[in-house]
Write a protein that binds this ligand. Structure first.
Ligand code: PLP
Ligand code: SF4
Length: 393
């Protein structure tokens, strides 16, 4: 029988990519080696790409952290400064500019100045779920990070007392879900991840655990059999993992393997992309990203409008852009499973934004609806009373 070919056109294998020449293959497979050898100097970067003078200026001007795993660095296009991966890795001189960003953004966004007494590790916007920040290290220091004050600039210092956070969660029975985040929580050693999961599972009101981690994309080697054992040991409190992939070129055979490994131990994998000018705000990139995600079994969850954190305006699009891209490239145009929700993350929660397009007209009698091809149809407009009436007659 003929072997089934993978449907997606996926990037070359590890052996074929450039960075491989600099690292022995056993080391490349070792996630801790990759973290110890992050590409975070101009000299290192030059092994992967032909650095432009503008990029060099960006690097020399920044005081913020930057850098990435050698694996993710090797996916950059060495000759194209517009490469979407490259723009997420290499500091830009535009980071020194700020027009729409808010100073002390994170304190505002995460309601850290509010009345409720909360440990530093807890960010709260909702009644039944919280974000639990356990670490401020990452596999890549994304240039567009909205938590950059904590992760990249390190101007906001938090006390990462995990036990204090766990105790607080235990004392709040209204919580159903804990979102373990960072930084990147999967950078913790297996034993610490195991500890957090075990302690959370011991809390009777916690019904689900969610991890936010970019590692399946920037360091898929982290999904080791050891980590699979830690994550996959339980089924009563489901674990979901949301990763962040912003462009189809970030997806390799290695990513597909890591996602498969997560799924086979019962972890559901979703994606939260960030809409960024010059990276994924064109129709082709936006559609391709979502199609490829679904092809490697990652379910698109959110696309975020770029948050008003300081120094990231060079990635900013108009607010409506994400809704328009869903309208023009996803809804009706491709699999319904490939549809994320476009949201604006604010200090009062995430606000979904739909394109002002589907409902053409509405009166007391009927709705007029438009589809992705611009065709229209009608539907009776039924009120609560009307619905009862319809059943009676
Ligand atoms: C994003 C976020 C959540 C999760 O929101 P969902 O809509 O459930 O994905 C929870 N708490 C905080 C503080 C958040 O920022
Ligand atoms: S991986 Fe996430 S937290 Fe870390 S820098 Fe990137 S966006 Fe920020």
């Amino acid at each position: 029988m003929e072997k089934i070919q993978h449907q997606t056109k996926i990037k070359p294998s590890i052996e074929q990519i450039k960075g491989y020449n600099y690292i022995n293959s056993n080391d490349f497979e070792d996630w801790q080696y990759q973290m110890r050898n992050q590409v975070d100097t101009l000299e290192d970067l030059k092994k992967y790409i032909n650095v432009t003078t503008e990029e060099e200026e960006g690097i020399n001007n920044t005081t913020a952290k930057w850098g990435t795993t050698p694996y993710f660095a090797s996916l950059m296009d060495p000759d194209n400064p517009q490469c979407p991966i490259r723009k997420q890795i290499v500091p830009s001189k535009h980071e020194q500019e700020n027009r729409y960003g808010m100073e002390n953004y994170l304190v505002f966004k995460e309601n850290r100045a509010e009345d409720e007494d909360r440990p530093d590790t807890i960010a709260r916007q909702y009644e039944d779920r919280i974000a639990f920040t356990v670490v401020n290290k990452c596999g890549i220091y994304c240039r567009h990070c909205f938590r950059k004050e904590l992760v990249v600039d390190e101007s906001l210092q938090l006390r990462f007392d995990v036990d204090e956070g766990l105790e607080w969660i235990k004392n709040h029975p209204e919580l159903r879900e804990v979102l373990v985040t960072g930084g990147d929580p999967l950078l913790l050693p297996d034993e610490q991840i195991e500890y957090i999961i075990r302690r959370l599972r011991e809390i009777p009101h916690i019904e689900m655990i969610r991890f936010g981690s970019r590692l399946p994309i920037v360091l898929p080697h982290r999904i080791t059999s050891g980590l699979q054992k830690v994550l996959g040991r339980y089924h009563k409190v489901p674990i979901w993992l949301n990763t962040q992939c912003n462009h189809a070129s970030e997806i390799t055979e290695r990513t597909a393997q890591a996602v498969w490994d997560l799924l086979t131990c019962g972890i559901n994998v979703g994606n939260q992309a960030v809409l960024m000018k010059g990276i994924n705000d064109d129709k082709k990139s936006f559609q391709e990203l979502h199609q490829k995600l679904i092809n490697i079994r990652i379910r698109p969850y959110y696309v975020f409008y770029l948050e008003p954190a300081p120094g990231i305006d060079h990635f900013r699009t108009p607010v409506e852009k994400g809704a328009e891209l869903i309208r023009d490239t996803l809804r009706g145009h491709t699999s319904g499973l490939a549809q994320p929700m476009y949201v604006i993350a604010t200090n009062i929660g995430k606000i979904p934004l739909m394109p002002d397009y589907y409902i053409v007209d509405k009166d007391t009698e009927k709705y007029t609806l438009r589809n992705h091809r611009g065709e229209t149809t009608t539907l009776p407009n039924v009120s609560e009373d009307g619905a009862e009436g319809a059943i009676l007659h």
